[in-house]
Design a protein around this ligand. Structure first.
Ligand SMILES: [Zn+2]
Length: 66
């Protein structure tokens, strides 16, 4: 019984690792470092959308906490 549970956990972990790797490779090309086209602040990761390269705060419609 324990062996079956261990195998199930290993399969689940492998699936999760594959999903994370796929998400990272999918996100990587669109994230760049630079100044946000909307708020003008510098960010290490901007993502291009229909308004240009924007930070996560602008894309979410909220201001950066100060
Ligand atoms: Zn911004």
């Amino acid at each position: 019984m324990a062996d079956h549970i261990d195998m199930a956990n290993e399969v689940a972990e492998a699936e999760a690792a594959r999903g994370i790797a796929a998400a990272q490779s999918a996100n990587h090309p669109v994230g760049i470092e630079g100044e946000c086209d909307q708020c003008g602040d510098h960010f290490t990761r901007l993502v291009k959308d229909h308004l240009g390269y924007r930070c996560g705060y602008c894309r979410d419609g909220r201001r950066k906490p100060r």
